[in-house]
Design a protein around this ligand. Sequence first.
Ligand code: VG1
Ligand code: CO
Length: 550
Amino acid sequence: MIEGNVQAVSTKPFEGQRPGTSGLRKRTRVFMQPGYLENFVQSVFNAVLTDAAEGFRSETLVVGGDGRFYNREATQTIIRMAAANGFRSVLVGRGGILSTPAVSAVIRRRKAFGGLVLSASHNPGGIDEDFGIKYNIRNGGPAPEAVTERIYAETQTLKTYLTLEHKNIDLETTGTTRLGNCEVVVIDSLEDYTAVMEELFDFEKLRALFAGNFRMLFDAMSAVTGPYARHILEEKLGAPRGTVLNGEPLPDFGGHHPDPNLVHAYELVMAMCSGGAPDFGAACDGDGDRNLILGRDFFVTPGDSLAVIAEHASAAIPGYRAGLAGVARSMPTSMAVDRVAESLGIRSYETPTGWKFFGSLMDAGLVTLCGEESFGTGSSHVREKDGLWAVLCWLSILAATGKSVEEIVRDHWRRFGRSYYQRQDYEGLDAAKATEMIGILRANLSLLEGSPLGDGVVARADDFSYTDPVDGSETTQQGLRLLLADGSRVVLRLSGTGTSGATLRVYIERFLNDGGASDIGEVLGPLTRAVRELLALRERFGTDVPTVIT
Ligand code: VG1
Ligand code: CO
């Protein structure tokens, strides 16, 4: 029996609580409506109750977020609801703070039942910006689609949620508070994550790197990785103070997009292009699962970064000394890593967009490394993509090879050839028109086969669907693919993480075994222009200029 004063509060379903690519993301004010967050959280609990052996009585829930506006209030609400729903314990990051990979690490190391991550990731934060919540399962990874669909079904019929009356928990100090039968433990947000990094990487060697002339800049973008990066890079590895820029997590991320790409991480990009730039630059997103890798005046695309890490992991990183079981990438991600996998004699799996599809492959021991074109890289050490981990991978490769970032990538291109690759985003489109456009193209895909596109010919056109090789689950409509006769590709899909309007993502890739010497604009130009015409972007939306190119 739960002590205290559990209350069943009557509620009515809210529309639109279906989790997208990565959890439920909405405007913050939408989340702040009475009952909105509560309904979703109760729906999660209802949906996963049958996965718990004896109800939640012997189970632990992890809660943490990226510190954005409403993080603390939401954390207090979830603590009360978890206690009322009978959880044995709730582990909360101090200050309500846990990066996404840290949530995954805590769930795994402390054998928790699952966790709730409060974040809208790279989306801006603030009362007029975005908030989000995502449920992670026992393996530490995002709930697979079968679970998110169950959650969504619950949101549509929910009548009551459970909570109890209790004053707010002090989130600022580590320690334990009892709420009825539930132990609420405020934990050090950095401890579990740092321990995992120390298991994987040779901190001695990295300390020696910083003890020499090597210098880096890390931009935490006023988001969650600030404390993690300061602790690991500056305190543990001895990088000079000031290595971490924007290291204080702010509820509105200083008014910026915490999205580590060439557009939004401009402060870092400028520093890396200036005279006297350091050897290495990196940044992470709002919740710490994405990464940007820069050399001196040199940008490493996420697809190349994944391929380079795969190429060097076993030689440069102790945690991967035994080699890689396999690799996986989301379908729109460049095929660079496939070539490395081939040379290593391991398999490369192609999954739909979103980290939830990698979990079953990692659990089954089929893959060690995974990556997405959207600045996400990770491995089986947790079940989320992991920004700082990628930074430590690069530091390890730099230390092991003694080469510069640019030399490492150019060596890679010489050995494997280069996937010239770009993602062109058109944000803020009219959602109905965008959906209609994709629908028309989907219906006419077969007509495109055999017809010219830019300077090539479409050999095959399809709508990507995926059957999970481990559990057999099927996922359809994951992106339109135009596969050209020369191996080039164009992929088109609509974003599943936005909160207003639609974002069209156009992914363009062309492989050349030219040592990487060509100009990317020239290589991709003809296909870029042809796709704009094919989609009649100007006619439909009044513009054919992408808002962000990565
Ligand atoms: C985007 C990316 C996808 C990534 C997802 C969550 O999704 O394309 O690769 O997994 O964001 O990343 P979409 O549906 O908008 O294309 V994160 O760091 O925002 O949790
Ligand atoms: Co993120």
